[in-house]
Design a protein around this ligand. Structure first.
Ligand SMILES: [Zn+2]
Length: 463
């Protein structure tokens, strides 16, 4: 778990054991004399933040009059940021993690998650438990299955089943309507859809008032698909748009896609990536890429850099990796410890071309004003739930975001995806009460987001 200081434990113990009788009209809990940091307001020193249930009711100068409250958490010397989001998680991808995930997220300050792919019958009970009135769990937003094309990458055959088939535009419209009826919060579009199916999925999602997250489909360009959706995941398939021979690569890709008659979607996709990804990166054309990036000015990018830079920054070498694993469900932790040993003793050096491209691309996009959000793909790619979001923040800073912008990527941007920026993503009166109290300044070093003293989720202090 994150580092925690003894004074905080004492303060929380006092909080729980306080036998004093508060004044009659006292309401809410105060975090006293803290430095407040959020992406909307920047830095505000010596503030007292009061929340009452799931609402922040006041942010006031600590040395002025403060309304009576029932409890106080000592925030002095600390830094208060909005509750963090992980914008890309899979709660049901690996059942060894499902039950443990909500508590792991909260322990690391992640108070909201966006589940970007899972089957409805598996997700429904999980979401139901997390949303129960007395549940201590992050807020959860879910899409249901990845909406794929005639061929399905995650078909439950060669890969876990988290994808659904849409062979025709009619099927696509029916899929989205059924998901909207089932109560999903957004639609996730995947890589094997045709342009006609893509249009049907996005168009129906718009009719139903649902935001859309997408991988760039293999049959489309990033400059075509990107502007039509609200978020793009993993920078997937953007490299082709940036290659000086992009048109020829695209023709080759369409020929292969159109001649594919049978076989798993996963194999088809892997074949195309293996054939075209590194060659496209090798033919990078800056001017062409700038034109592509300009089309994405209002499409949130969730690059999952932690996953993309696994070869450059394997998690196994981190000094806090063993501690992270010690809080991971035992069976998975043992597998990952073994994988780490194998990885680190492998003779062949790993190619890091794609990793370096990903970091450069996020830097370019950020400089061009493209909105960036923080997501991990946990538990895919050795992503310890909660822990891995802090690694993503480090990678975003490495790519060129200022620490305050990285915090915005994990707070304000996700809220904007769901049009919730009036309720979440900043520390202001009227906002939801999701807060993380840190022992050290995250703007001085983004790794300080790991130094968690206390977490408030939906108005409840949870640790
Ligand atoms: Zn994913």
């Amino acid at each position: 778990m994150p580092e925690r200081s003894t004074p905080a434990l004492v303060a929380l113990a006092v909080l729980g054991l306080c036998a004093c009788t508060p004044p009659e009209q006292a309401r809410g809990i105060a975090i006293s004399d803290v430095t407040v940091i959020d992406a909307t307001n920047g830095v505000r020193e010596h503030q007292t933040v009061i929340f009452d249930g799931d609402e922040i009711t006041a942010v006031l100068p600590a040395d002025g009059p403060i309304p009576a409250v029932t409890d106080t958490i000592d925030g002095s010397g600390g830094y208060l940021i909005p509750g963090l989001w992980d914008m890309h998680v899979h709660l049901t991808y690996d059942e060894r993690f499902t039950e443990a995930m909500p508590a792991m997220f909260l322990a690391y300050g992640i108070t909201s998650v966006r589940d970007t792919g899972g089957m409805i019958p598996l997700l429904e009970p999980v979401v139901g438990r997390m949303r129960a009135p007395d549940a201590i769990a992050p807020r959860v937003f879910f899409s249901g299955p990845l909406q794929d094309g005639r061929f399905v990458v995650y078909d439950g055959d060669s890969r876990p089943e988290i994808g659904a088939q849409n062979a025709t535009p009619e099927a696509a419209r029916a899929s989205v309507n059924a998901l909207a009826d089932a109560g999903v919060d957004f639609i996730k579009v995947y890589e094997m859809v045709t342009p006609a199916v893509f249009e049907a999925l996005v168009g129906t999602a718009r009719q139903r008032g649902l935001p859309v997250a997408a991988h760039v489909p293999l049959s489309m360009l990033a400059s075509q698909a990107g502007p039509a959706v609200d978020s793009m995941e993993h920078l997937r398939n953007i490299e082709l748009d940036c290659a000086d021979n992009g048109a020829a690569l695209y023709e080759e890709r369409l020929t292969i896609l159109n001649s594919h008659e049978q076989g798993a979607g996963f194999e088809l996709r892997s074949r195309l990536h293996a054939l075209q990804r590194l060659p496209a990166i090798g033919r990078h054309d800056e001017a062409r890429c700038a034109r592509t990036i300009a089309t994405l000015a209002s499409t949130i990018q969730v690059p999952t850099l932690r996953l993309l830079t696994l070869s450059l920054h394997p998690p196994f070498v981190r000094e806090d990796w063993a501690d992270g694993l010690s809080h991971t469900p035992a069976e998975a932790a043992a597998d990952w410890a073994r994988a780490g040993t194998e990885w680190l003793t492998a003779e062949e050096p790993r190619d890091t071309t794609y990793d370096e491209w990903g970091l450069r691309m996020v830097g370019r996009m950020h400089a061009a004003g493209v909105p960036i959000a923080a997501g991990t793909d946990t538990p895919i790619g050795y992503a310890i739930p909660g822990y891995s979001l802090h690694t993503e923040l480090e990678r975003l800073v490495e790519a060129g975001l200022a620490p305050l912008e990285a915090i915005g990527a994990a707070t304000l941007r996700p809220a904007e995806f769901f049009s919730l920026q009036g309720e979440m993503g900043a520390i202001e009166a009227g906002m939801r009460a999701d807060l993380v109290l840190l022992d050290a300044d995250p703007l001085a070093d983004i790794r300080n987001t790991r130094r968690i003293r206390a977490v408030v989720s939906k108005g409840q202090p949870v640790n």
